[in-house]
Design a protein around this ligand. Sequence first.
Ligand SMILES: NC(=O)c1ccc[n+]([C@@H]2O[C@H](COP(=O)([O-])OP(=O)(O)OC[C@H]3O[C@@H](n4cnc5c(N)ncnc54)[C@H](OP(=O)(O)O)[C@@H]3O)[C@@H](O)[C@H]2O)c1
Length: 280
Amino acid sequence: MAQKVIVITGASDGIGRAAARKLAADGHRVVIVGRSPQKTQALADELGVEHHLVDFADFGSVRALAAELAARHPRIDVLANNAGGVFGKERELTRDGHEMTFQVNYLAPFLLTQLLMPTLIDSRATVINTSSLANRLFARFDLDDLESEYGYRPVRAYGNAKLAQILFTKELERRHGDDGVTSTAFHPGAIATNFSADSGSGMAGLYRWRLRDLVLASPEKGARSLVFLAEGTPGRDYPTGRYYTNSKPARASRRADDVELARALWDRSVAMLEVAPSGR
Ligand SMILES: NC(=O)c1ccc[n+]([C@@H]2O[C@H](COP(=O)([O-])OP(=O)(O)OC[C@H]3O[C@@H](n4cnc5c(N)ncnc54)[C@H](OP(=O)(O)O)[C@@H]3O)[C@@H](O)[C@H]2O)c1
């Protein structure tokens, strides 16, 4: 298998950490990105790989990460936007003034991807977004209320952000497919990690439960789709621009197929972030 340069966010724990271990064991050059300095350093030492720190609740930190990655890596074959979770029993704002779950799961990875676009185009890279079944179960997507100002609920904000990621996945291909960039989103399954444990949401109890390992799958199993998509050749081994579960294309929310919605979300996101628009 050809060695790839694979950048994984949210690699300090859970699904991202399990994926980083497997991809490093398979001989790829894995670049891990985490938020916790201790956990990220521990994994970097274990695997002997390069690491970076970022806080997605702070765009300044995302911009610094993008600059570091672009300077160190003229080639990035895979960008795995995996960091995320459910945050805030009450609606919480980031230091940039955006609703926390929306920014951490969607806006920050969108920004990172935009900032890395020249490298991703030069590398004919693939962008993998860790989404969630929550896009179908909980989303009530409203382009005019992306920040959940009305009727905030943690799982709804999460479902909306994970649907936004799928819309982003599809629009990224539409805008940059001709540049050789591909993109895929996936749901990892219900996985025994720290995910949502501090969110105070309805899901928190399950993920904090002492016996959670009896009903939730292992992080290694949760990493399987990410590893499959990262190691395969997009377009040849699997169709891209889609949403996957268990390494197979799956049904997302019907709204994920709304081409105009995807286009409008992209334009809104660019305006919110004040980045130069990329693609057509
Ligand atoms: N577990 C599930 O059942 C499940 C189901 C569907 C989708 N997902 C998705 O899978 C992805 C990975 O979650 P997981 O289950 O592996 O949870 P996890 O064990 O809690 O890991 C989350 C990762 O995201 C990082 N992260 C969280 N907030 C961040 C921030 N503000 N800035 C930068 N990094 C941040 C964490 O960094 P630190 O640990 O360093 O703070 C950690 O590496 C998420 O996108 C989640 O939404 C999980």
